[in-house]
Design a protein around this ligand. Structure first.
Ligand code: PBG
Length: 330
């Protein structure tokens, strides 16, 4: 600890006295470049569907994406994250729709890349939960989520996304060893320049509820995800997950959820000096949104929370608030 003086010579309030002075000594700020915008996709034409548990967030049909993407580009957001709401009829035990080259994500990538080229990056989740009838991220056999067999499908899902033009492959499934296997397969197929953002630390959290509603996996989900997502009591284990994923070839790592795990973000950044992304998940978004709506909190709660991720050391924040930056950053 560096002590620079002593009261009454030293008065910490001097630098807080005026707005210009507070700005002068400010240590962290937020800009559009700090955000990743998640977009939910749905079938059909000219659709902008409300999501009951996520007020202010919508599912868009592919022909209707330009309004939200134009806004993202105007706000200097560097990357989008695509999440499909798959028609129930297309879901099965093995999540086969994940490998359909005409699925929602494939169509969206092609459309977006054609129109925006490299003005904005695209990241895609690699996991089977939006596609399985049981709502789990992997293949299931007698209630067990199969690790190695799931990886074989995740590899194919990654290759398909790469082929369609996805820039950043983001495995969110938490199977052991998948980063290394996906990296190997990408390289072998000429996709050595495609980045991998590993959801290295993904806790088994109650804060994902509204997201599962948004992608339509909530009612489908049988049981919980505790045999593959992490126990939220642990941080040593989280650091081992990151170390493994870096060795396997991850370019960036994610900590998820965000706010309840702010200590984990800081520890990962300090220990590994690798780009770290924080995911302010659906439940976090909806809590703040509802508190503001009910006038329990003021709007400033949004900026304050988002900034905490930067202070902890995150390079960027995946947040549903990224669609409201005009208001938040002004
Ligand atoms: C899919 C996935 C989930 C989220 C992102 N990718 C849900 C889950 O694992 O159940 C959650 C995001 C959010 O809550 O905003 N594997």
């Amino acid at each position: 600890m560096i002590i620079t003086g002593k009261y009454p010579n030293l008065r910490m309030r001097r630098s807080r006295k005026e707005e210009w002075s507070r700005r002068l000594v400010r240590e962290n700020t937020l800009s559009g470049s700090d955000f990743v915008l998640p977009i939910f996709l749905t079938n059909g034409k000219n659709k902008k569907q409300k999501i009951k548990s996520m007020e202010g967030v919508y599912r868009y049909s592919i022909d209707n994406l330009s309004v939200i993407i134009d806004r993202a580009i105007k706000n200097k957001i560097p990357m989008l994250a695509l999440f499909p709401n798959t028609n129930k009829k297309l879901k099965d035990n093995n999540g086969s729709e994940a490998l359909n080259e005409n699925n929602l994500v494939s169509k969206a990538i092609i459309k977006i890349k054609k129109r925006y080229r490299n003005e904005i990056g695209i990241m895609c989740d690699v996991a089977l939960d939006p596609y399985t009838s049981h709502g789990h991220d992997g293949l299931i056999k007698k209630k067990e989520i199969l690790n190695d067999k799931t990886i074989q499908i995740l590899i194919k899902q990654s290759l398909l996304q790469a082929e369609m033009g996805c820039d950043v492959i983001a495995p969110s499934d938490m199977m052991d060893g998948r980063i290394g296997e996906i990296r190997k397969a990408l390289d072998k197929n000429g996709y050595e320049k495609i980045q991998i953002l590993s959801y290295a630390i993904k806790y088994s959290s109650s804060f994902y509820g509204p997201f599962r509603d948004a992608v339509g996996s909530k009612k489908a989900l049988k049981g919980d995800k505790k045999t593959y997502q992490m126990d939220y009591s642990n941080i040593d284990e989280a650091l081992r997950e990151v170390a493994l994923d870096i060795k396997e070839g991850a370019d960036m790592v994610m900590v998820k959820p965000g706010l309840p795990y702010i200590d984990v973000i800081k520890e990962v950044k300090n220990k590994f000096k690798i780009p770290v992304l924080a995911y302010q998940v659906s439940g976090e978004y909806s809590i703040i949104r509802n508190a503001i709506k009910k006038k329990i909190l003021s709007n400033d709660a949004i900026y304050e929370t988002l900034l905490s991720f930067k202070r902890a050391g995150a390079n960027a924040i995946i947040s549903y608030y990224a669609d409201y930056l005009d208001k938040i950053l002004k």
